[in-house]
Write a protein that binds this ligand. Structure first.
Ligand code: GRF
Length: 207
């Protein structure tokens, strides 16, 4: 199976994925990394790993779908079977999602459905403070992408304890460490055909 990583930022998850492909923990080929941000460090990480790194400038296109059509052309060129979003800060058009039904994975830094949206970690941390420590867990979630944002069937999810001594930064570090472990796991389960999606649920086929 061939896959792409779409990323807009520093590429910590991408790095974990590159390493997992290298050690055989992910049994699929990462063919190309695409970014909507010219200076995304994710592109640099791809280049360092000898993976084609492609920047596509959203400002060159009139709207979201036109941009997505160009991304999809690239995916066809690289014979991509499934799509991995890793810190990709753009909302996919319905057109994109329909082209890869149940074949797009995303990682989100909270225990979905709690704390959807772009500020999940900050929101969870602030709520934990506001609740005087009574919100004591958050986490990370890998899910299938559907048109509704941060709402698709959940593949893997893991908790992180929010310690009263945590700062936002220390809590974020703990979440990232979990992300870098569960995302490669989920990608490999997907690539090996071990997942079945039934409505809102993902079932794991036992060996
Ligand atoms: C991660 O926290 C991920 O959950 C969220 O964006 C962040 C990306 O970080 N979607 P990185 O670029 O992978 O380091």
């Amino acid at each position: 199976m061939n896959f792409v990583v779409l990323a807009s930022g520093r590429g910590g998850n991408l790095q974990a994925i590159i390493e997992a492909v290298g050690t055989g923990k992910i049994t699929a080929d990462l063919k190309v990394v695409i970014s909507d941000k010219k200076d995304a460090f994710a592109l640099e990480r791809a280049r360092q790993a000898n993976i084609p790194a492609v920047y596509i400038n959203p400002k060159d296109f009139a709207d979201r779908e036109t941009f997505d059509r160009v991304v999809i052309e690239k995916l066809r060129e690289f014979k991509i079977d499934f799509v991995v979003l890793a810190g990709y800060m753009r909302i996919l058009s319905n057109f994109f999602v329909e082209q890869f039904p149940n074949k797009i994975l995303n990682i989100h830094p909270s225990l979905l459905p709690a704390f959807k949206g772009a500020h999940a970690m900050k929101d969870a941390f602030e709520q934990s403070i506001a609740a005087k420590g009574n919100l004591s867990v958050t986490g990370a979630t890998v899910h299938i992408v559907i048109p509704e944002l941060d709402a698709g069937p959940i593949i893997l999810q893991e908790q992180v304890k929010i310690d009263p001594k945590d700062t936002l930064e220390s809590m974020e570090e703990k979440i990232h460490a979990i992300e870098h472990r569960i995302y490669p796991q989920a990608i490999d389960l997907f690539a090996q055909g071990k997942l079945r999606i039934k409505g809102q649920r993902v079932l794991q086929i036992k060996p």
